[in-house]
Write a protein that binds this ligand. Structure first.
Ligand code: ARG
Length: 587
């Protein structure tokens, strides 16, 4: 076993084509071979066509010359010019079987660790203390976790940061309200469902808000409480710590249920940066970046204006001296670059905060914290809509609780799974329903183009057919079952064996896994990985329908097909794990 990467065939073909282009047109210099998978052949190379245009040559003639100049006997078995000057390429079956063998024999599916040595921060989830997680927190939590798992699998040193909303004036209001209403029940027994505590707090918070708006005397007392909290008054801090702790417990319960890899060690809420705010702001004032405006402290930008053409500043400190969300994010980015030594920081946050991050990054760049060596990226995402495609609200118009959505998805999954397993043990069935229900929710979210809105439709997402998590999990169980029935095999692949069309398609798709992961990471788009896995399951189905595995014609063919089945199973399980979705053995 080795962690050396196995070079994907597409790269070997690209190398061969660059050589052929150089031989056919020596004066061309650097060329792009433009190789991709094709329906008509294994690959299609369009580099000669582009080159002919640049050099005023007849494209078909140049194509023919390039095809004739290919020297890759073990790799490319045929090269034919087609259309205006594309070159269709077929590979030898030996090269493809050898690739299957190499991936099967190497650790990590031959992917290697291309991001080794990189320190990547993913800032995600960031729910708010004393508030329940609602449907709005689903995407940041799930997409952020998939990106963190992906970067980790590619070898990066991952630093997860959960930027909890645990600080701010709203806590003065809530704490004051709790102090004045000792009868308000929210702190339940230790063994109670931790999310119930936060649900109660959420209600009390809304009551506090109403009193705050209606009663100016209470509003004054609440403001005084903010000052007490910020100046470190011990009684106030004690209540605040309690709120944070109870909320963090509830968030943990949610992460556990969702199968999200965030832990207590990843908590870095807004309050963590409190002691840095004065210093950060002083640095910005000294550099002339932050300036006074109507009593407040702001950063102005030449190129950032509102719809009315007026500049939109970043507000660091309000006239009353209070720091806000922006100052905290500036302290966070300085800390992440200077102290955590990040090479890359990904902020997986709702698209509606795009302006905020644009301003934070621009400020950090002017301050010299954010240099060209560091990449800070806002990874935005669209909104979760109701099943009808309209804004997602409860019947009474409230925000939809995340827990109740998960309950619903699991109940629906349980029906679908139950129909197939009427005689299964109820406990097994419940565990399976949780794995498929949660997997369905995550897959539905991840498989949609990140930046688009999507409709949350539980009926559709638990379907056994179509582009769903359940379908992929089911495909995994089929693969596992074939391997169970095959029993022990010595696992070797014979590279001299013949190769059917479906074997070829499957093997080539398997070989493109690493390329897909790299793209999913550079674009920060888990939906690309979802698309890959869905195609894998379908390509496998086509293979399996046409190519008997356990009852193959010869022993040699059986062994090679089992090799493909094993690699497909391992690749699917690996990919599902990156998406944070369980890969069950049976269902
Ligand atoms: N708590 C914020 C919210 O609910 C999200 C935090 C995102 N991260 C950040 N560094 N600003 O909108």
């Amino acid at each position: 076993m080795t962690v050396q990467p196995v070079t994907p065939l597409v790269e070997a073909v690209e190398t061969a084509m660059v050589d052929a282009l150089r031989r056919a047109l020596p004066e061309a210099g650097r060329t792009e071979p433009l190789v991709r998978r094709s329906d008509r052949a294994d690959f299609q190379a369009n580099g000669a066509l582009a080159l002919a245009k640049q050099h005023g040559r007849n494209p078909r003639e140049l194509g023919a010359a390039v095809a004739a100049a290919i020297e890759a006997p073990g790799l490319i078995s045929s090269a034919e010019v087609s259309g205006p000057g594309f070159i269709n390429l077929d590979l030898t079956s030996e090269a493809i079987w050898a690739q299957v063998a190499a991936r099967t024999d190497s650790d990590l599916l031959g992917l290697g660790l291309p991001l080794a040595g990189k320190r990547i921060i993913v800032d995600y989830s960031g729910p708010n203390v004393a508030k329940e997680m609602h449907v709005g927190h689903l995407r940041t939590t799930i997409i952020g976790d998939a990106l963190a798992r992906l970067a980790e699998a590619l070898g990066a040193t991952m630093i997860r940061q959960n930027h909890l909303g645990d600080w701010g004036t709203q806590f003065g209001m809530l704490i004051q309200y709790l102090n004045e209403h000792p009868e308000a029940e929210w702190h339940h027994a230790d063994d109670a469902d931790p999310t119930a505590n936060v649900a109660a707090l959420d209600r009390l918070y809304k009551q506090a808000r109403n009193v705050f708006d209606a009663d100016p005397d209470f509003a004054d007392r609440a403001r005084a409480r903010v000052v007490a909290l910020q100046s470190g008054d011990e009684d106030t801090r004690k209540v605040w710590r309690d709120l944070v702790e109870v909320s963090a417990e509830a968030f943990d319960a949610m992460y556990e249920r969702l199968g999200v890899s965030l832990t207590a060690a990843d908590l870095a809420g807004e309050s963590t940066y409190n002691h840095l705010l004065d210093n950060v702001v002083e640095e910005l004032v000294a550099a002339g970046i932050a300036v006074e405006s109507e009593g407040a402290l702001c950063v102005f930008f030449d190129d950032i204006t509102g719809p009315d053409g007026n500049p939109v500043p970043l507000l660091l400190r309000k006239a009353d001296g209070g720091y806000g969300y922006a100052a905290t994010d500036l302290a966070a980015i300085r800390y992440r670059i200077r102290d955590l030594k990040a090479d890359q920081i990904l902020y997986v946050v709702d698209a509606r905060q795009a302006l905020h991050f644009k301003q934070v990054f621009a400020t950090a760049r002017r301050a010299g914290w954010l240099t060209d060596e560091v990449e800070a990226v806002h990874v935005p995402f669209g909104t979760v809509l109701g099943p009808d495609g309209k804004p997602f609200k409860t019947r009474s118009g409230g925000t939809v609780r995340l827990m109740s959505l998960l309950d619903e998805a699991i109940a629906k999954a349980s029906e679908v799974i139950g129909e197939k397993n009427s005689d299964a043990d109820p406990a097994d069935l419940a565990a399976l329903a949780a794995a498929t229900g949660i997997g369905a929710v995550k897959y539905a979210d991840l498989s949609n183009n990140r930046i688009k809105d999507y409709a949350f439709d539980t009926d559709r997402m638990v379907s056994l057919t179509g582009d769903t998590g359940v379908y992929l999990q089911y495909a995994h169980t089929r693969l596992a079952s074939i391997l169970r029935m095959a029993g022990k095999t010595n696992g070797t692949v014979d590279t001299a064996a013949p190769m059917s069309r479906e074997e070829r398609a499957l093997a080539l798709h398997l070989d493109a896994y690493g390329t897909n992961l790299a793209e999913s990471m550079t674009e920060r788009e888990p939906h690309r990985l979802c698309g890959y896995l869905y195609m894998l399951a379908r390509t496998f189905t086509r293979f399996y329908e046409a190519n008997p595995v356990l009852k193959a014609e010869t022993d040699e063919i059986r062994k090679n097909r089992l090799g493909l089945v094993r690699l497909t199973r391992d690749t699917l399980a690996h990919g599902l794990n990156l998406l944070g979705i369980a890969a069950p053995e049976r269902m």
